[in-house]
Design a protein around this ligand. Structure first.
Ligand SMILES: NC(=O)c1ccc[n+]([C@@H]2O[C@H](COP(=O)([O-])OP(=O)(O)OC[C@H]3O[C@@H](n4cnc5c(N)ncnc54)[C@H](OP(=O)(O)O)[C@@H]3O)[C@@H](O)[C@H]2O)c1
Length: 263
């Protein structure tokens, strides 16, 4: 392996979907990678592909982020690094069904993966980033943070945490060079809706124009990171949906258009 750069990015949920796209994008930029998830074969295949194609170092770290011991394992790996340049807290999943029906264990796991793991990994990464005076953190939330709907009670609530956590953390880090982003995708073509939780979900029921590719989502995220935007909502249609819900997180232009359209 030829390490062209000494900086490293750690990506959770890198075995598929948006996390795997981040891995490809950052590999193309010459970053060494640490890929975290549970499915070893998928991580290993991606690691092989990226090492060969980009001559970078790729490490895989198996972890179930719903388990405190595994979160601690990732924390420890982060604390060993003196060159962590990017942390992408992307691992996540949805549950199908109403709050009173979904197993309590699944809901607790969701809070562990979305909230606890993200918070702990940020806490583990920041001291060295501050000491080095550089670093970026992307926490993958969702437009659900702005659109709470029946059937995704804990999902949207946990994604709200990620938006507010990221905004407040960025405010605390004002005056440093550390960037924090809450990435809030809408419907994205990934494996997210292919799990058993979504066996009754038909992608065809959602108009095509509402869907984005993982590549488009990651492009928007990296572009907004370069522009120091703390909340990234990829795709115009997602801005419109959030504006229609009366939320002012969207751009002022879209808000003005929607206000005019609503009369
Ligand atoms: N797709 C959408 O429409 C959409 C919309 C808004 C937000 N998002 C968010 O985008 C993020 C990425 O999801 P995706 O759309 O790319 O879906 P995906 O293809 O299903 O990827 C989810 C990733 O999270 C990992 N993961 C899930 N549970 C985990 C656990 N307990 N421990 C460790 N890793 C775990 C999975 O890896 P393993 O299974 O190998 O562990 C996988 O790599 C999620 O946070 C999701 O909430 C997605």
């Amino acid at each position: 392996m030829n390490n062209r750069t000494s900086t490293t990015a750690l990506i959770t949920g890198a075995s598929s979907g948006i996390g795997a796209v981040f891995a490809r994008r950052l590999a193309a930029r010459g970053k060494n990678l640490i890929l975290v998830a549970r499915r070893q074969e998928k991580l290993a295949a991606l690691a092989r592909e990226l090492e060969q194609r980009y001559s970078i170092a790729v490490e895989i770290l198996l972890a179930d982020l719903s388990q405190p011991d595994d979160i601690e394992k990732v924390e420890k790996r982060i604390q060993e690094l003196d060159n962590l340049d990017m942390l992408i807290n992307n691992a996540g999943f949805g549950t199908g069904g109403k709050f009173v029906e979904v197993e309590l264990d699944k809901q607790l796991s969701m809070i562990e993966v979305h909230i606890v793991a993200t918070m702990r990994l940020c806490r583990a990464a920041l001291p060295a980033m501050l000491a080095r005076g550089r670093g970026s953190i992307i926490n993958v939330s969702s437009i659900s943070a702005f659109l709470p709907v029946a059937g995704s009670v804990n999902y949207s609530a946990s994604k709200v945490y990620l938006v507010n956590f990221s905004k407040a953390l960025q405010a605390e880090l004002a005056g440093t060079s550390i960037k924090v982003q809450a990435l809030c995708p809408g419907f994205t073509y990934t494996e997210f809706h292919s799990t058993s939780e979504y066996q009754d979900f038909d992608r065809g029921h959602i108009p095509r124009g509402f869907w984005m590719s993982g590549e488009a989502v990651v492009n928007a995220s990296l572009r907004d990171l370069a522009r120091n935007r703390t909340v990234c909502i990829p795709g115009f249609i997602n801005h419109v949906m959030i504006a229609l819900a009366g939320n002012d997180a969207v751009s002022p232009i879209v808000r003005a258009v929607v206000k005019r359209f609503r009369g």
